[in-house]
Design a protein around this ligand. Structure first.
Ligand SMILES: NC(=O)c1ccc[n+]([C@@H]2O[C@H](COP(=O)([O-])OP(=O)(O)OC[C@H]3O[C@@H](n4cnc5c(N)ncnc54)[C@H](O)[C@@H]3O)[C@@H](O)[C@H]2O)c1
Length: 382
């Protein structure tokens, strides 16, 4: 095989997503043949001692605690952003202006204005930009899209999406960046709802109007930086949306951190004139498919284990029936991102999708504040 171009990566953030992304860059050339090879050049975070231990474990060549210095380095090709949401816009725009390709975590930004500025910076720099809604790259979700594209659901009437977690039922869980407006913009609506909206856009199409109802349950908690002191929770605990899609479908999206017993339950149900689909992240290799085309006596939801050779991505891993897990779609994204750079193409979802999602998220905040129905305006010219 001809030598692949090497691309130097700077990873910003070294905790949860730092681990998931490091694993993806490490694994990608072991299981896929991307057209470029990632080099784990430098990892950036705030805590120097932890950062060094992290770099040694994952094989990052260098560490730095100053993201500005990192994104301006001439030897860096890719900036991979795994920082709290409030830092996405500043870092992505600086990196785009320095000509770096961008791999960015969700939620895309704190505001729609930031999202638009990030898109403008990436497009004017001509770099490849990717927004990591990783669930699109679960083989069962890809299969759902293929079934819809083949017309097997017919006209879609309903989307029922939910992203439910439970980590806030513990009243001692402290206030960290995810519970503050300035750093997270909102609560589960932003954090989990951005994923749910991305899948809704991917599988059904654009959301054009919505209602939103938010609720707070536990409003005071210990501060992460000073556990003896209680502070105010600044973001919602749960948000429920009813949505209307451009194709006429009606939907609901439920996001919460108070769904006792639900640790990371990201689900969708889609009902059409000819068939239906359901999926649950906690059983992510499986897709349930109901078809009106089946003989009447045998109709019912079939349980497809999306690990066959014909299913996307999964053939690069193990033989059929040998399931994959949470970390694998990150590897799939890394493979597609490296190909997009080497081949000069784009990758989905990109920053343009980030703006689309940000429009829906801001409309949801406006709908909750007004108590009424809000249009998701400003369709992007393609
Ligand atoms: N794709 C997914 O499913 C998924 C899952 C979890 C989190 N996320 C997203 O990933 C991003 C990071 O979340 P996380 O859970 O990994 O956060 P985290 O709190 O675990 O880690 C944040 C990292 O950012 C670093 N950091 C913070 N401020 C910094 C600064 N000023 N300069 C340099 N480094 C700084 C910290 O040192 C830490 O390494 C968020 O946008 C989050 O929404 C995505």
């Amino acid at each position: 095989m001809a030598a692949r171009k090497q691309l130097n990566i700077a990873l910003l953030g070294h905790r949860f997503m730092g681990r998931a992304h490091s694993n993806a860059w490490r694994q990608v050339t072991k299981f896929f043949d991307p057209a470029a090879e990632p080099v784990l050049k430098v990892v950036c975070g705030r805590d120097a001692a932890d950062l060094q231990a992290f770099a040694s474990r994952w094989g990052w060549e260098e560490t730095d605690t100053d993201w500005r210095r990192v994104v301006e380095r001439p030897d860096i090709d890719i900036v991979d952003i795994g920082l709290p949401t409030y830092l996405h816009a500043e870092t992505a725009i600086a990196a785009a202006q320095a000509g770096k390709h961008l791999f960015c975590e969700k939620p895309f930004s704190n505001t729609l204005a930031e999202a638009e500025a990030m898109l403008a910076a990436a497009e004017s720099a001509g770099v490849v930009h990717y927004l990591n809604h990783n669930y699109r790259r679960c083989p069962a979700v890809v299969l759902a899209r293929q079934i819809i594209d083949a017309g097997e659901l017919g006209e879609i009437y309903h989307w029922r999406g939910a992203y439910q977690q439970s980590w806030l039922i513990n009243p001692e869980h402290p206030i960290d960046w995810k519970l503050r407006k300035a750093t997270a913009a909102a609560g589960p609506l932003w954090d989990l709802g951005s994923h749910a909206i991305d899948l809704a856009h991917f599988l059904v199409g654009d959301i054009v109007s919505l209602d939103c109802r938010m609720k707070n349950f536990i409003t005071r908690r210990p501060l992460a930086e000073d556990p003896a002191t209680q502070g105010e929770v600044e973001v919602e605990c749960a948000a429920l949306l009813t949505t209307e899609f451009a194709n006429g479908a009606l939907g609901t999206i439920e996001t919460t951190r108070y769904a006792t017993g639900r640790r990371n339950r990201h689900t969708f149900e889609i009902y059409g004139s000819k068939g239906a689909l359901t999926w649950d992240m906690e059983d992510m290799n499986r897709l349930q498919f109901y078809s009106e085309a089946d003989p009447a006596h045998a109709r019912g939801f079939r349980d497809i284990l999306a690990t066959e050779r014909c299913h996307d991505y999964v053939k690069n891993w193990w033989p059929p029936g040998h399931i994959i897990g949470y970390e694998h779609p990150f590897v799939h994204a890394a493979a597609d991102f490296l190909d997009a750079i080497a081949q000069g193409t784009g990758i989905q979802p990109d920053f343009r999708e980030g703006v689309r999602i940000a429009r829906v998220l801001e409309a949801a905040l406006a709908a909750d504040a007004s108590g009424g129905r809000v249009s998701v305006g400003g369709e992007l010219a393609s």
